[in-house]
Design a protein around this ligand. Structure first.
Ligand code: NAP
Length: 332
């Protein structure tokens, strides 16, 4: 398979699709004459306009994954590769979005279909484990469909299997609800990833189809329980990680049945991505601390430069190593 010239990016105005467009543009492998068809239902939305302003290789393409025929019929030329993300909806909605688009991709001789799915317990387990979480089980069924339907066609597939996004931790009520649900998981760490890193893997797979076709890639950058996350937050930004009463997390879990079932799944089973393996492919894969510093909405409240005197500790005499009982430098 050659490097694709025309790449359709579904959900381009959204989180994973937007990260994929940016990572494609940042890659030296993207041909100078490439076309990134950024699929959107509304080309005049601010997000769509911002996307088009990034680079002349980004072309807004009107369409909806649930009407895949029109996407291909109105494309400016042959589509070589597709990045596919699905959005939540009523039962069967995600299957409709991805499977119809995959069938149309086969019919239009697309060489490579990259589907962003979700990890279900590590590389091998994910192939067999549907899980009890409705929006994760849909990803299992879509992967199975694509695997079966791709046989004997010219369309190869790659599955990206990310874990929970750091980006859910926003500086608003939603972010507080998220961290409270995280707290409810207890001691068990939750694997997480920056969505910009998902874009990195998507671009890598799209631009090296021979290397990645037929493979599933687990993507996680860190694993922390709530208490560990709180400490990293404080150490990195100098303020407390926003969260609300545990009862709010419990309520949110109940109201958001599907998301709630995922947090319950985290308590017993959960993701199991090989983070070391992912980092060997992408050494810049962000930890929670790196994401907080580089991409989160949270500001650092003070400069936390450590001076050598900060490292002095109290001795058994109760005095600091510097000799003082009340050392302001050592903050004792
Ligand atoms: N959040 C997490 O922690 C997490 C972790 C792993 C996997 N996931 C999976 O990630 C997927 C969502 O990806 P994402 O966050 O990148 O999506 P997103 O940001 O919500 O973006 C979806 C884009 O799709 C378009 N769209 C088309 N039909 C839509 C519809 N009916 N409703 C809403 N938007 C529609 C919208 O673009 P236009 O309006 O421009 O058309 C929107 O910008 C879900 O399947 C979820 O299970 C999430």
């Amino acid at each position: 398979m050659s490097i694709p010239k025309t790449i359709l990016v579904v959900g381009a105005t959204g989180t994973q699709g937007g990260s994929t467009v940016k990572a494609l543009l940042a890659s030296p492998q993207l041909p100078a004459d490439a076309q990134i068809l950024a699929l959107t239902r509304n080309t005049s939305s601010p997000k769509a306009k911002a996307l088009a302003a990034l680079d002349s290789r980004v072309l807004l393409h009107t369409g909806d994954p649930t009407a895949p025929g029109a996407i291909f019929n109105t494309a400016p030329g042959h589509i070589d590769a597709v990045f596919c993300v699905t959005v939540h909806g009523p039962a069967g909605a995600e299957e409709t979005q991805a499977e119809g688009l995959f069938d149309a991709s086969v019919a239009h001789n697309v060489s490579h279909f990259v589907f962003t799915s979700a990890d279900r317990g590590g590389e091998t387990v994910s192939d067999m484990n549907e899980t009890s979480v409705p929006h994760i089980a849909t990803k299992y069924r879509i992967e199975k469909y694509i695997r079966e339907k791709a046989q004997g066609t010219n369309t190869a597939w790659t599955f990206l299997r990310p874990v929970t996004f750091f980006d859910n931790l926003t500086n608003d009520f939603n972010g507080k609800g998220f961290s409270s649900m995280w707290q409810g998981v207890g001691q068990k760490p939750v694997q997480m990833v920056a969505t910009s890193d998902i874009g990195f893997f998507a671009a890598k797979a799209l631009l090296a189809p021979d290397e990645w076709s037929g493979k599933s890639i687990g993507i996680a950058g860190d694993e922390l329980n709530f208490e560990q996350a709180k400490k990293v937050f404080k150490d990195t930004l100098g303020s407390e990680m926003p969260h609300t009463f545990g009862i709010v997390g419990t309520l949110v879990k109940t109201v958001l049945g599907d998301i709630g079932s995922m947090f319950k799944w985290f308590e017993k089973d959960g993701f199991n991505v090989d983070i070391q393996k992912a980092r060997s492919i992408h050494p810049g894969l962000m930890t929670f601390a790196a994401w907080l510093e580089k991409e989160s909405q949270f500001e650092k409240v003070e400069k936390l430069e450590k001076t050598p005197s900060d490292k002095l500790e109290k001795t058994s005499s109760g005095k600091c190593e510097c000799g003082s009982r009340f050392c302001s430098k050592c903050k004792k």
